[in-house]
Design a protein around this ligand. Structure first.
Ligand code: 6GU
Length: 243
């Protein structure tokens, strides 16, 4: 998979050299390139922003600079425009479903905005070349899209075949069945007078699965009842209803 990130703070993306994403890049599973938007800025001040039409506080990122940058990045693989992702608090929420869709694409480009965002015409123009998706991490405001780009790249990368040592990890994730995961335990069996639940040491795989399912249901009902509401009645079995 090819991923391009365009930002005025390329160093912000340095963590993508580490851990799972770094290993996937070195293994050739992900071809990730970070581009400095300022390379496409012109004029002595290399400005990338200007004051907003209609007034108001803050600055808006300039369409001419973004247009040149996205044209150039797109042209690096002309036959594969891929999907343009735009992190913004005004986007639809990022979900595992969207992440899984993106993980199946050959190419992603992430346009990181700062200030009060990118001129609204940039996404309209980009949509002439391929799909554009705005996404938000949640209902709070960050200073720019870079952290959201890190989030998207990490979430997508672990679904790319070969990136996770054990692909079953992704199948057991919170959200893959629409529920939050049950708590997990490792040795020692007893720690600070707290014991690992006996059923997990019983060797009874059916009982373990039932216990995990029950804890998932309880946890989801306690902290994310909206997730339960979203599941259809056929997502629950008879014993779920007793929890
Ligand atoms: Cl994707 N960007 C910014 N700037 N703020 C956010 C966000 C994204 N998601 C939540 N807050």
């Amino acid at each position: 998979m090819r991923i391009d990130v365009v930002t005025i703070f390329p160093d912000y993306l340095a963590p993508l050299d580490d851990a799972i994403v770094g290993r996937a890049r070195r293994a050739g599973l992900i071809d990730l390139r970070v581009h400095d938007l300022r390379a496409w800025a012109t004029g002595v001040h290399q400005a990338v922003d200007d004051s907003p039409y209609g007034g108001g506080p803050g600055m808006v990122m300039t369409p001419t600079v973004w247009g040149e940058a996205l044209d150039a990045v797109r042209a690096e693989v002309p036959d594969e425009p891929g999907v343009l992702l735009v992190p913004t608090p005004a986007g639809a929420p990022l979900t595992q479903r969207r992440v899984a869709d993106w993980a199946g694409r050959a190419r992603l480009t992430i346009a990181c905005g700062r200030y009060e965002g990118i001129d609204g015409r940039v996404a309209v123009d980009a949509a002439r070349h391929g799909p554009v998706e705005e996404f938000s991490l949640g209902d709070y405001v960050l200073a720019g899209g870079e952290v959201a780009a890190l989030v998207a790249v990490e979430a997508v990368s672990r679904l790319v075949p070969g990136v996770l040592g054990n692909p079953a990890s992704a199948e057991l994730d919170s959200f893959s069945d629409g529920l939050l995961e049950a708590p997990a335990y490792t040795r020692p069996e007893s720690w600070r007078d707290l014991d690992v639940p006996a059923v997990l040491r019983s060797g009874d795989h059916g009982a373990v699965a039932r216990w995990r399912r029950d804890r998932s249901l309880e946890r989801t009902a306690a902290v994310r009842p909206d997730l339960l509401d979203r599941l259809g009645a056929d997502a629950f079995d008879r014993r779920d209803r007793e929890v």
